[in-house]
Design a protein around this ligand. Structure first.
Ligand code: PMP
Length: 360
């Protein structure tokens, strides 16, 4: 894919950049450039370009604003101690975006082109990748949307793909802390044949009211159950779930209606290599409640690009609660070991025996 570059004539100055990278938060500051590629049925993907970061001008009848034909990805660039910059399994994000495209009737961007576009933007904005210390990173947001000006309900005949980037601070400031969860029995995230496995904005729009319910009950995040029977644990609003059993085996909800997290699939491989038997299966909410009480479940954790691995504390629902499987600890030994192993690979502090890292 051809990508032209128009450098930003007024990039952020060094002093301001240092200030931003000292406390980037999440999703607040954006880099000097953005990458755009257009698609039409006649021309395919074309007009690839890196330009100064800035607002888009959209016709009010742009299809995405009405029918939400949109998908996105989320991944990070990490700086290693020697200054080099790396992505974690970008091909996996590329393949997931291709699967999301298929579900949302959007054109597929070739996975090699996806990786090339992300590499190109990271190279253009390399000075925005924070130093390794403090688990900082440059968050990358590739996304694709229906950009045709047309109010008919049908797959868009003009599609725009973009990549933007935003420096991100450590998810946990002052040490890893367990999250408290709210089990919503009112809202579900995805039904059979729905879009649960696709990374599309609508899934997040539908999660917001459930997240509000969680906050109103003093919990950090919401857990969704399956839509059909309301018995099986699916995932959190933005993370997948894991359960560690007393015998050392590990369970994680099977895919189909959940987002197939890159962190989730990496943990399946990593935990297997560390000697844990990992099962992808249906996992009921009763197994969680009873397992913590009986001692069969000794650790619960959630995982995703943002936090890598988060210990789960208490679980609350309208009729009661179960305490943390590990008491007040900052995560049990298996949770801590898996988290450390992943973070060490991402920041180049441990040998990447899986071949997961991609040098930009
Ligand atoms: N589930 C949902 C709903 C998510 O939004 C995310 C974040 N992308 C995840 C799981 C975790 O996926 P990943 O490990 O690829 O970040």
């Amino acid at each position: 894919m051809q990508i032209s570059t128009t450098p930003n004539p007024t990039p952020v100055d060094d002093a301001r950049l240092a200030e931003i990278l000292a406390a980037p938060g999440f999703g607040t500051y954006f880099t000097d450039h953005m990458l755009t590629v257009e698609w039409t049925p006649e021309e395919g993907w074309h007009a690839g370009r890196i330009t100064p970061y800035g607002p888009l001008t959209l016709d009010p009848a742009t299809a995405v604003l009405h029918y939400a034909q949109e998908i996105f990805e989320g991944m990070k660039a990490y700086r290693h101690a020697d200054g080099s910059v790396w992505l974690f399994r970008p091909e996996a994000n590329a393949e997931r975006m291709a699967r999301s495209s298929a579900r949302l009737a959007l054109p597929v961007l070739d996975p090699a082109d996806f990786v090339a576009t992300v590499d190109a933007l990271v190279r253009a904005d390399e000075r925005w990748v924070p130093d390794a210390e403090g688990e900082k990173s440059l968050y990358l947001r590739p996304f694709m949307f229906a950009s045709e000006t047309f109010l008919g309900v049908r797959p868009s005949q003009h599609v725009t793909y973009m990549v933007i980037a935003s420096p991100a601070g450590a998810y946990f400031k002052g040490g890893v802390k367990p999250v408290s969860l709210w089990l919503t029995e009112e809202y579900t995230r995805a039904g059979r044949g729905g879009m649960g496995a696709a990374k599309t904005g609508g899934n997040y729009a539908s999660s917001l009211v459930a997240q509000q319910e969680a906050s109103a009950h003093g919990c950090d995040q919401v857990v969704f159950l399956d839509a059909q029977e309301g018995r099986y644990v699916e995932e959190l609003g933005g993370m997948n779930m894991y359960f560690v059993h007393a015998d050392g085996s590990i369970s994680t909800p099977e895919t189909g209606t959940i987002l197939e997290g890159i962190t989730r699939s990496s943990i399946i491989e990593l935990a297997g290599k560390l000697g844990h038997q990992v099962r992808e299966r249906k996992f009921t909410i009763d197994e969680w409640r009873d397992g913590v009480t009986s001692g069969d479940i000794v650790e619960v954790f959630a995982c995703g690009t943002a936090a890598v691995v988060t210990p789960v504390g208490s679980l609350k629902w309208a009729g009661g609660d179960v305490p943390s499987a590990t008491g007040d600890a900052e995560g049990g030994p298996v949770t801590t070991m898996i988290r450390q192993a992943l973070v060490d690979i991402q920041y180049g502090r441990a040998e990447d025996t899986f071949g997961w890292m991609h040098r930009v």
